[in-house]
Design a protein around this ligand. Structure first.
Ligand code: 2P0
Length: 323
């Protein structure tokens, strides 16, 4: 007995950040978030449930993964196995498509592609909203990678109503320039970082409150196609998220000297009349929101300080596709 499914999912970058869980088992967030799905980064994953397998086997970029890595995948596939009463083990083959050696391993595209592949292999055949609920239980940010363009993850208050909703297809002049300042693995995982922030930062509640306001305002900016407003909100939201981390004990600082240098270059570009805005996640790399038509000018400016392969341009990307 054998059944298979294969899918592709693209990475996303949050403009209104997800940082903190109200339920760690179910991956329910403390606040809603909003992202842009990217064209240049994606994951393709195949899942085969096979009665002949003695355990789950997980290959990432053609390399068999450790028991520890496989366990996270197995636990996630159990959601599908339990639902459809599937008793078989699985062969999982996943490939991350990332330009150059960017080191942007993405749990968002990873779990979204895995959820979509398992959706077909299990015969569960969920629609996209249901699928975003499943993807969420692998990694929070994966909730948003089910859809393309601008996507909101509505926090909800139970597993059934915490899901993603497409906001705008982003088929206008918008893009991102991603600056890879360090390739090394981050020192503190997002999961650990957000827990420590929620538990110890006195700024945390203020962040949640201001993020709710940011979300309402950025949706309006998106619908108005107002890049200046959208960018200003996203930049401030990212800095406020990092401010909560500075307030944690022990503090969490993801910035490196080059992170600040990129922030300075972005501000200089703005004084030169080029609207562009930075946002940073749980790491030192910087993502710059801009008009796609001006991304080359921005890249050229960054090349005065960084190598060509450290700077990646991406347009908006699509939602999941079945292969
Ligand atoms: C985001 N990040 O909204 C935020 C901003 C990082 C900073 O989602 O624990 O890998 O698997 O739910 O999704 C990264 O956290 O964390 C993240 P889990 P995830 O994109």
């Amino acid at each position: 007995m054998m059944s298979r499914g294969k899918a592709r999912a693209h990475a996303n970058i949050a403009l209104i950040k997800y940082w903190g869980k109200r339920d760690e088992e179910l991956f329910l967030p403390m606040s809603s978030s909003l992202s842009l799905t990217l064209d240049s980064f994606y994951t393709e994953t195949e899942v085969v449930f096979d009665s002949k397998l003695d355990r789950d086997y997980f290959y990432l970029n053609d390399k068999l993964q450790s028991e520890f890595q496989t366990k996270k995948i197995s636990k996630f596939l159990d959601l599908f196995r339990i639902k459809k009463d599937i008793k078989y083990n699985a062969l999982i083959k996943s490939v991350n498509y990332v330009p150059t050696a960017a080191g942007l391993a993405s749990s968002a595209s990873g779990f979204a592609a895995l959820a979509a592949a398992a959706n077909v292999a299990s015969g569960l055949n969920l629609g996209e909203r249901e699928l975003s609920i499943y993807a969420r239980q692998g990694s929070g940010s994966a909730t948003r990678s089910i859809y393309g363009g601008f996507v909101e993850w509505r926090e909800g208050n139970s597993s059934e109503n915490s899901y993603a909703v497409p906001i705008d297809d982003a088929k206008w002049d918008i893009g991102m320039v991603i600056v890879i300042v360090r390739k090394s693995k981050k020192e503190i995982s997002s999961r650990e970082g957000m827990k420590r922030t929620v538990d110890t930062s006195p700024f945390y509640n203020a962040w949640v409150k201001s993020s709710k306001k940011d979300l309402m305002e950025i949706k309006k900016a998106i619908w108005d196609k107002d890049l200046e407003k959208l960018g200003a909100i996203a930049e401030a939201n990212s800095l406020r998220m990092h401010a909560t981390m500075f307030g944690a004990r022990p503090p969490i600082i993801y910035f490196k000297p080059e992170t600040i240098q990129v922030m300075e270059i972005v501000k200089d570009l703005r004084s030169d009349g080029i609207p562009c805005y930075f946002t940073m996640d749980a790491g030192p790399n910087v993502k710059i929101i801009c008009r796609l038509s001006q991304s080359k000018i921005i890249k050229d400016r960054l090349k005065e300080r960084f190598e060509d392969e450290q700077i990646i341009i991406s347009g908006p990307g699509p939602g999941i596709s079945y292969l």
